[in-house]
Design a protein around this ligand. Structure first.
Ligand SMILES: Cc1cc2nc3c(=O)[nH]c(=O)nc-3n(C[C@H](O)[C@H](O)[C@H](O)COP(=O)(O)OP(=O)(O)OC[C@H]3O[C@@H](n4cnc5c(N)ncnc54)[C@H](O)[C@@H]3O)c2cc1C
Length: 377
């Protein structure tokens, strides 16, 4: 082990997944001095295992303020992607021409439409309920063997791996900002304000610290005496061989990437920290998507993976200052919210506090029962 070095920065951001990288990138763009500490792929990393939707529809049913926030986040994506691509040369493969959520039967479609109606009142997000014949205009090859789908023209998808690569490239271009393979073991408040961040290799003092380490935040927050109500929720995703480009918009179960593969998913499984893939879930995902798109039966699966979502009891983000100058940023929708994290959330942190209008996203909203159920070790 090398001798421990000491240095100081304005902001220490812990976690180099999509959330921490977005905040660090945003702080850097605002001219702030940032060090991003990332343990790397040995840690749980939702950012390398997600579906890549840039999605507003359906968000905010349990937390009212999340509906307009998610809509604004999706709306910011176009300009954000242009800027990030211009500065890094990485094409994020953004397509934002609409998106569907399929419903197998009439009961599910009716329930979905009611949720979308409630969310429309909260955020103004327009939606349509479409039957399979209408959906076929956007998604050739769709079957008539299901009730229908909700559709909004504000949703879309991007390549999440390229998004992560672009954030890291932007940070790496600023010497000292990206510290890879740097697992933070301890955060300690300094007597005169600020924090000491300790890795195995070094100790760094910073004015403010941002906990943005996904599930790793559970341990980090404990250093500051805070128990977080978040838990892992496994999702399995299947990948097919390449196919001619047929789908111009994604759905929550099927999206075709720019290179022609289909991503099929994704399960929601409350199985703790188990990241295996399983035969039964693979079979169920494949059966459902073949029901919607019969031509997929003849397209070969080449790969599958699982990753752990970072879930709060209401599926909404948490933004809070959990100790003076120590900010917590975590969410389940790190792709969809990447633009708004880099802009608005980084702006709050740069200014030194979470504003009152974002109070709905604080930890205070959770009940004791939420905390008991979600505060896993
Ligand atoms: C199956 C699945 C599908 C999804 N689909 C979508 C989607 O379509 N659209 C969407 O918007 N979102 C989606 N998500 C959610 C999205 O992937 C996550 O919201 C996002 O990746 C969370 O990013 P994060 O940075 O908070 O966490 P992570 O990606 O888990 O990253 C955490 C980072 O912190 C680092 N770390 C942990 N502990 C420490 C420590 N002590 N010190 C230093 N570093 C540490 C790790 O190395 C890691 O890099 C999906 C997630 C899953 C699992």
């Amino acid at each position: 082990m090398s001798a421990r070095s000491r240095s100081g920065v304005e902001f220490g951001v812990i976690g180099g997944g999509l959330v921490g990288a977005a905040v660090a990138y945003g702080l850097m763009r605002k001219g702030r001095q940032v060090a991003l500490f990332d343990e790397g792929d040995v840690a749980f990393r939702a950012s390398r295992g997600n579906f890549g939707l840039v999605w507003a529809q359906g968000k905010g049913d349990k937390l009212e303020d999340y509906a307009p926030w998610a809509r604004e986040g999706a709306a910011m994506w176009g300009d954000f992607a242009k800027e990030l691509t211009a500065s890094t040369g990485v094409d994020l493969e953004l397509e934002q021409r609409g998106g569907f959520v399929f419903c197998a039967d009439e009961v599910a479609l009716q329930a979905r439409a009611e949720i979308m109606e409630r969310l429309y009142k909260r955020s103004g997000l327009q939606f349509e309920v479409m039957r399979p014949a209408q959906i076929a205009r956007f998604m050739p090859g769709v079957s008539a063997n299901f009730a229908g789908a909700t559709y909004t023209d504000e949703d879309g998808h991007a390549n999440p791996l390229k998004l992560l690569r672009a954030f890291h490239a932007a940070l790496a271009a600023n010497e000292g900002s990206l510290r890879r393979g740097a697992r933070v073991d301890r955060i300690e408040p300094l007597s005169g304000g600020g924090y000491r961040i300790a890795t195995a290799e070094s100790t760094v003092e910073c004015g403010s610290v941002v906990l943005a380490a996904g599930l790793g935040n559970i341990l980090l927050a404990k250093c500051l005496g805070v128990t977080l109500p978040i838990k892992p929720m496994r999702g399995q995703i299947l990948v097919t061989e390449r196919y001619e480009k047929v789908l111009s918009v994604p759905s929550e179960n099927v999206r075709q990437t720019q290179d022609g593969t289909f991503l099929l998913g994704g399960s929601w499984e409350d199985v703790g920290y188990d990241t295996s893939t399983t035969f039964d879930v693979t079979r169920d995902i494949a059966a459902l998507v073949v029901r919607y798109f019969p031509f997929l039966e003849k397209v070969r699966l080449v790969r599958s993976w699982s990753a752990l979502r970072i879930l709060a009891p209401d599926n909404a983000p948490i933004y809070d200052e959990i100790a003076p100058g120590a900010f917590l940023v975590t969410c389940h929708s790190g792709v969809s919210l990447a633009a708004i994290h880099a802009d608005r959330v980084a702006g709050w942190i740069s200014a030194g506090s979470i504003p009152k209008e974002a109070a709905a996203f604080s930890l205070n909203r959770f009940t004791e029962a939420d905390r008991r159920e979600y505060a896993v070790g």
